[in-house]
Design a protein around this ligand. Structure first.
Ligand SMILES: O=C(O)CCC(=O)C(=O)O
Ligand SMILES: [Fe+2]
Length: 259
């Protein structure tokens, strides 16, 4: 989180060259208030940098601007990939189905054929007099892929909806990783694993602290067709990337038509 803070504290002009301009290319910086994860609220009071592919040509800040940034983030990406695959295996085991069913559909993580994304997040201090009606640090949403690993600092604000439909606090527990089920996993398992809606509230008035978190969104390979693994037809088959792209278009608008 230290190294990601160094990036976020750069002036906006230094981050703009890494801006994400199209939904079809997930890599890059998203400035504050761009992302509306709940489209009925104003954009979230957060900024993020997203890494999808470890391709050598991806745009990164120069080594002298944030020393060690690329290497640290890429190596953390690989650790998240390993952990996600382990968790996906355990999930299949718990369902008593082919243990490799999920893992085999995530082989391309880190390549151009898979949109799994490591996102570092920075929530700047909130000036309550500037907050728009209904604005949050991050609006209510569920993630799109299979599972999300979430690492957060101790500042709080994250809430997750329980099965009764109430939002409950999900504070950081030292030494743990929070794992969210995402939408494609819900479809895949015909609602056995339910995707969890979540949001990040504003800090109380007068609290001008920043919040930082890191999320790893595991997605199945782009061309995998997600079909209910119990053989039912509860959800029609969807291609992984086609489904996620539609969801990205809801959250950011159809960026590719405006860039
Ligand atoms: O920062 C957090 O704790 C949550 C971020 C999040 O849910 C997201 O970016 O999808
Ligand atoms: Fe999320």
């Amino acid at each position: 989180m230290e190294i990601s803070k160094k990036f976020f504290l750069l002036p906006a002009e230094a981050k703009t060259p890494f801006s994400r301009t199209r939904n079809t290319d997930v890599h890059g910086w998203l400035a504050p208030e761009i992302e509306r994860l709940n489209p009925s609220r104003p954009g979230g009071l957060k900024e993020s940098f997203n890494i999808t592919s470890l391709h050598p040509d991806a745009a990164w800040p120069a080594e002298d601007v944030v020393p060690g940034f690329r290497q640290t983030i890429e190596s953390f990406f690989m650790r998240c990939k390993d952990l996600s695959l382990r968790v996906l295996r355990v999930m299949a085991l718990s369902l008593d189905i082919d243990v490799d069913i999920f893992v085999n559909s995530h082989k391309g993580i880190g390549s151009d054929l898979n949109k799994s994304t490591l996102r570092i997040l920075h929530y700047p201090p909130v000036r309550h007099e500037m907050v728009k009606e209904g604005q949050l640090r991050c609006g209510e949403h569920s993630d799109y892929g299979s599972i999300t690993l979430l690492f957060q600092d101790s500042k709080g604000g994250l809430q997750v909806m329980n099965r009764s439909g109430e939002y409950i606090d999900a504070p950081a527990i030292p030494g743990t990783v929070l794992i969210n089920i995402a939408d494609l996993m819900q479809r895949w398992t015909s609602d056995v694993f339910m995707s969890a809606k979540h949001r990040v509230l504003l800090p109380p008035p007068g609290d001008v602290s920043t919040r930082q978190s890191v999320a790893f969104f595991a997605h199945p390979d782009d061309d995998v067709t997600i079909t209910c693994c119990d053989g039912s037809n509860k959800y029609p088959p969807v291609k992984s990337w086609a489904y996620s792209l539609e969801r990205f278009n809801d959250s950011y608008g159809k960026m590719e038509t405006t860039s």
